[in-house]
Structure formats: C-alpha cells, structure tokens
Ligand binder design. Sequence first.
Ligand code: HEM
Length: 182
Amino acid sequence: MYGLVNRAIEQLVVSLRGQEGWRRVCRQADWPDEGFVAMQTYDDGVTYRLVGAVSQELGMPPADVLRAFGEYWILYTADEGYGDMLTMCGSDLRSFLEGMNHMHARMEATMPHIRPPHFRVEDGANGEMLLHYESERDGLAPMVEGLIVGLGRRFGQAVEVHHRHPRTPTHPVDVFEVRPLP
Ligand code: HEM
C-alpha cells in the first residue's frame, strides 16, 4: 500500500504512545524506524506487520486496531492535504459513500499504483443502509467499520455499524449494515 497509509499508522501510534511507543512498534514489526514516503508503494505485508505490532503495543486485538485506524484515517487525510477531496466527495454519509469509488479513482492521477477497494450502497428493508465492500486484500473489514464511524462523525451523524455478511470464497464481498443513531 502507499506509504501514506503506513505514515498514518505511525502518527496514530505517536499520538497515543509517543515516539518511544512507535520505536517499540518498529522493533516488534522488524521494520527500520526511518519514516515512510507517502507516495511510495510498500508491500502490503509491512502494513499487516505494523498492525500486529500495534496490537501488542496497545494490548488490543488487531481488529480493534484496524477500527481505530479507520476512524483516524478520516482525520489524518483531512489534515494531510486531502480535505478538499473529502469535501467534494459528498456532504452526507450516504452520498459520500456513493462517491467513494470515484474519489479513489481520481487518486490514480497522483497514485498510479493504487489498488483501491470498491463500494456499493444499497437500501436495506428496514431503513438501514447496506454497504457492500470488495477488496483484493483480506482482513480489512474492521477498518471499514471504523471508516464509516469516522465519516459519520465528520457529518455529525452517529451511526451503528454491523458486519452483516463477511465475505466468503465464493462471494468475496463484505456487507455492512449502517443505521443512524438518534
Ligand atoms: C481523501 C481521503 C482518502 C485518501 C487519500 C485515500 C487513499 C487511499 C490509499 C492510498 C489507499 C491504499 C491503497 C493502495 O495503496 O493500493 C487506500 C485504501 C483504502 N481506502 Fe482510501 N482514501 C481516502 C478515503 C477513504 C475513505 C473515506 C474510505 C471509506 C469508505 C476509504 C476506504 C479505503 C479502504 C477500506 C482501503 C484499504 C484497502 C483495501 O480495502 O484494499 N478510503 N485509500
């Protein structure tokens, strides 16, 4: 993945545990503490190793680290020069999610090697929104939960997210149920 993602993990850890905490994470992940170049691609394995090491550092399961990271990503990208892109993508949660594929596609201009996920929004039977998430990567569904919560916060809308259907080998699409909270 692009270094921008790994840099965000670094910033999250530094904000919670300081530079010393980040140094421990790097040691644990067997990765040199030299920083990441935002526009350079790194092997996905680096990101997964970092998530595992952060999980040890924070004493929480990797899925919770990914949830926290998803929430943080919304704040981080807004601060890192992508605020306009976020603003242009939509002014409420639903329209934003509907514009996500287009937004990631536009990034190909500056990030030609990006392999973004694909989303589809559908109405559920009981007023909930169903978000279909497709990715060539495994294990990132909790990150999507955090992203939705973080986006909800950006739009002043608290939401409850339930992972309704995990992907299967024959149907590699995760489905999330998103309900606005009063
Ligand atoms: C302007 C803000 C954003 C930027 C700059 C951005 C950029 C990126 C980049 C560079 C990657 C790594 C992919 C790669 O290197 O191949 C990525 C992955 C990802 N993005 Fe975005 N993104 C943004 C917002 C969002 C939002 C709001 C969502 C949530 C709906 C989202 C969902 C994801 C997911 C789930 C991945 C993980 C990769 C995967 O599932 O395969 N992104 N994004």
